[in-house]
Design a binder for this molecule. Sequence first.
Ligand code: SF4
Ligand code: SF4
Length: 78
Amino acid sequence: MTHFVPLDIATDRCKGCELCIGACPHHVLALDESVVNALGYHPVTLTDPDECTSCVICARVCPDTVFTVYARPKADVS
Ligand code: SF4
Ligand code: SF4
């Protein structure tokens, strides 16, 4: 069991373009249709933190610098 969350998502900057969703190799990003952000969009959310590998692809493709990615600590083996 882990509590490490590899992504910080600045949801109020997300424009819901879905570029990151298509680019994530582990399919752990989705629009949160239960939320409307300050810009009027459904923002992206991380659906399964345990499956995110901190590969940074989402941060590279996002035009709005929504993501901050943290490396998974080596001691975190869950
Ligand atoms: S860091 Fe990689 S695995 Fe994690 S959400 Fe972004 S693209 Fe997906
Ligand atoms: S690429 Fe950026 S702006 Fe587009 S949905 Fe993903 S987080 Fe939101």
